[in-house]
Design a binder for this molecule. Structure first.
Ligand code: A3P
Length: 321
């Protein structure tokens, strides 16, 4: 089926029922066997939970506390690689010109298509690395948590649905053209890439007491970014000053990131420009509670039911406002 806009096909893994593009079969092992370093910070999320925001905060905290690093203007993907990115990309012949990859990685020298562009980029970066993954805990190297620090970002599922729906329509690679209600149905059926959402959250939540695991709620970061940045300062054990933390909070605000990145930076060459113009780009709204008024009463009842059923298996309390 190509409902999620993955005409290259999907694969479902058991157990877990994880849904991935079929290229997982090529890249899954490389991710599972990736060699983390003790200085690494992994930013792990289900898509649309605030990954980019958190990457930008942490990359600057550990590499650019005074906001004067010459590489700070590089695309976030070039500074902070998305380890499982390759499995989302269309195939291309090594050595062949590929505008999408060239744009994304033009400043990076190592491009080995077969090994995985993102994995090779990650290997080539100096310490301390900030590495993004959408993979769930159990598909990452079992030694990861004992080796390096992991920051897992969660966001309430209603806002995630809205944000993921937008993302799936705007990014040509997904190219979702179905109705919103179909998208919601796919979401609650665990029929979207990187689902099941609840299992993704559960696997991280169960590890929340591990000293190398730190969980952030998007809603808390939105309500008080500086407070969350201070917690990160303690978790990462980097002792930034109050002034540095305040400057990073300001530098990573929605407004400043949107201006600095410029729309299109994130996914060069991937945008559907019509939807983009009408409904915004990657930096869409960056709010909590934007889901309100977007579900019909029937759809909202369906989502509420699904939340109720799943909440009891996890016990995470989300804020929806
Ligand atoms: P919306 O679509 O609700 O606007 P991810 O990086 O995991 O794909 O998450 C993207 C979501 O995070 C988008 O949500 C985006 O606008 C939001 N976001 C990105 N940077 C942000 C920031 N600095 N502050 C608040 N939200 C931000």
């Amino acid at each position: 089926e190509d409902f999620t806009g993955y005409p290259r096909g999907l694969v479902r893994l058991h157990p877990g029922r994880w849904l991935f593009p079929t290229k997982y079969t090529k890249f899954g092992d490389k991710i599972f066997n990736f060699k983390f370093r003790s200085s690494d910070v992994v930013v792990m999320t289900y898509p649309k939970c605030g990954t980019t925001w958190t990457q930008e905060i942490i990359w600057n905290m550990v590499n650019n506390p005074d906001l004067n690093h010459p590489s700070a203007q590089l695309p976030v993907m070039a500074r902070s690689p998305f380890l499982d990115f390759d499995m989302l990309l269309p195939d291309f012949t090594p050595g062949e010109s590929n505008p999408i990859l060239e744009n994304l990685f033009k400043k990076c020298e190592t491009i080995d298509a077969d090994g995985g562009v993102a994995v090779e980029l990650a290997k080539s970066l100096p310490n301390p690395r900030v590495i993004k993954v959408h993979m769930p805990c159990t598909l990452m190297p079992p030694s990861m948590l004992d080796t390096c620090k992991v920051v897992y970002v969660v966001r309430n599922p209603k806002d995630v649905i809205i944000s993921y729906h937008h993302h799936s329509r705007i990014i040509s690679l997904h190219g979702f053209i179905g109705k919103f209600e179909d998208f919601v149905q796919y979401f609650v059926n665990d029929d979207l890439v990187y689902g099941p959402y609840w299992l993704h959250v559960k696997e991280a939540w169960e590890r929340r007491d591990h000293p190398n695991m730190h969980i952030i709620f998007f809603e808390d970061m939105k309500a008080n970014p500086l407070a969350e940045i201070k917690k990160l300062n303690t978790f990462l054990n980097i002792n930034l000053t109050e002034a540095q933390l305040e400057n990073i909070a300001k530098y990573t605000s929605f407004k400043e990131m949107k201006e600095r990145f410029g729309e299109g930076e994130m996914e060069v060459g991937f945008f559907n420009s019509e939807i983009y113009k009408r409904e915004g780009g990657f930096f869409r709204k960056g709010e909590t509670g934007d889901w309100k008024g977007k579900f019909t009463p029937e759809l909202e009842a369906k989502v509420d039911d699904w939340i109720k059923k799943n909440m009891s298996t996890i016990g995470v309390n989300f804020k929806y406002n």
